[in-house]
Design a protein around this ligand. Structure first.
Ligand SMILES: Nc1nc2c(ncn2[C@@H]2O[C@H](COP(=O)(O)OP(=O)(O)OP(=O)(O)O)[C@@H](O)[C@H]2O)c(=O)[nH]1
Ligand SMILES: [Mg+2]
Length: 348
């Protein structure tokens, strides 16, 4: 999974990136000061995977990973310097946006998170609108020349234009969100979005009431503080967190929100060589899930041997669970559940 960290210049994107990834990327001394993207891979924390690792003592334990991409500056639809194309190229593949909103005092300015949220949301909408407009113009020209094109795509783009023109994000419309004809455009306002309120040391969660569009969750993180905590060893950081009433590291909070927003779950494979977590969409069938391990396993799929994490831990290991009748044989259409431990049987 990839998450793009975006927001107005100087909202604290790089600070949040550091807080989430433990990186030490340089923060800006003025808003929009640093343009380079920062990229980091983070292990998805999962106590169940740790537990399985204790049972199997494998040579290797492999967590699911999330790639965080932090982009300097904002996004301007009318960017003349070609900066927009570069930003769009980096953001196109991301699964969701983390929209960072400033809630710390900066150069004597009190936070105005609602205003800032609305402003950047408008930038996303405007950027998409420019792209839709250009595409519609081109399609209309081709229609006049007698080329048919894809009528369904044309209709959807017209609908998208109306939505954007009324100042709404494309993610709010289910038909647009699900349309395969529009996938290739990777519209920014269509991507699932989490708002990350970057709180200054003198503010607490709940201090600001934000009105967000439906389906856009809010996480509140003390960016600077958590960035510093990430530089400490975990057992040193823990007492500080307790003191400050922070229940868990920002990374855990944000990853959990992302999984839930994107409807993601994990299943596990276990063995003496490797214990590993895999990420799939809720509702994925067994054969398709096998494909994320290897396409050969998907194509040669015979059956899935499945035991829930809880049953496996209760019985002690896979073989004991099997003896206790807790391991089920499932076919290709079985819907994989969060926490399933699976052994795929397949032909090559
Ligand atoms: N007090 C306080 N300052 C912060 C916080 N987060 C960021 N800052 C300061 O705000 C400035 C900008 O922070 P960055 O993290 O670089 O912001 P950015 O959004 O990445 O900035 P650009 O990449 O230039 O758009 C820096 O001087 C940070 O130290 C915070 O939570 N509290
Ligand atoms: Mg930055």
């Amino acid at each position: 999974m990839e998450l793009g960290i975006v927001g107005l210049p100087g909202s604290g994107k790089t600070t949040i990136f550091n807080a989430l990834t433990g990186s030490e990327a340089e923060v800006s001394s003025y808003a929009g000061g640093k343009k380079d993207p920062n990229i980091s891979l983070v292990k998805v924390p999962d106590p169940r995977l740790d537990r399985l690792s204790e049972i199997y003592e494998p040579k290797k334990t492999t967590h699911a990973t999330i790639k965080f991409i932090d982009l300097g500056g904002g996004i301007k639809a009318e960017d003349e310097r070609g900066g927009l194309d570069e930003i769009l190229r980096l953001l196109r593949p991301v699964d969701a946006l983390v929209h960072v909103v400033r809630a710390f005092d900066w150069a004597g300015q009190k936070p105005e998170p609602q205003r800032d949220f609305d402003e950047f949301e408008s930038e996303l909408i405007l950027t998409d609108q420019v792209i839709v407009e250009r595409r519609l113009e081109r399609m209309e020209k081709e229609l006049k020349k007698g080329k048919k094109g894809n009528p369904r795509e044309f209709e959807l783009l017209k609908k998208a234009f109306k939505i954007l023109d009324s100042g709404r994000a494309l993610r709010e419309d289910e038909e647009i969100r699900k349309a395969p004809e529009l996938k290739g455009y990777a519209f920014l306002s269509q991507k699932p979005c989490i708002v990350c309120l970057n709180l200054g040391e003198n503010y607490s969660p709940g201090d600001f009431s934000l009105k967000l569009p439906s389906g856009v969750p809010l996480v509140e993180i003390k960016g600077s503080l958590e960035m510093e905590l990430m530089q400490l060893e975990e057992d040193e950081a823990e007492p500080f967190r307790k003191d400050m009433g922070i229940e868990e590291p920002a990374t855990n909070l944000l990853i959990r929100e992302s999984y839930s927003l994107l409807g993601l779950i994990s299943f596990f494979t276990v063995g003496k060589d490797e214990v590993r977590a895999w990420t799939i969409k809720k509702g994925t069938r067994a054969q398709k899930a096998a494909g994320c391990i290897h396409s050969d396993i998907e194509h040669g799929f015979i059956r899935a041997e499945v035991v829930s994490f809880e049953d496996l831990v209760k019985e002690g290991d896979y073989h004991k669970a099997q003896k206790a009748g807790k391991v089920r044989l499932e076919g290709k259409d079985y819907i994989v559940q969060d926490g399933d431990v699976i052994n795929f049987r397949f032909n090559v």
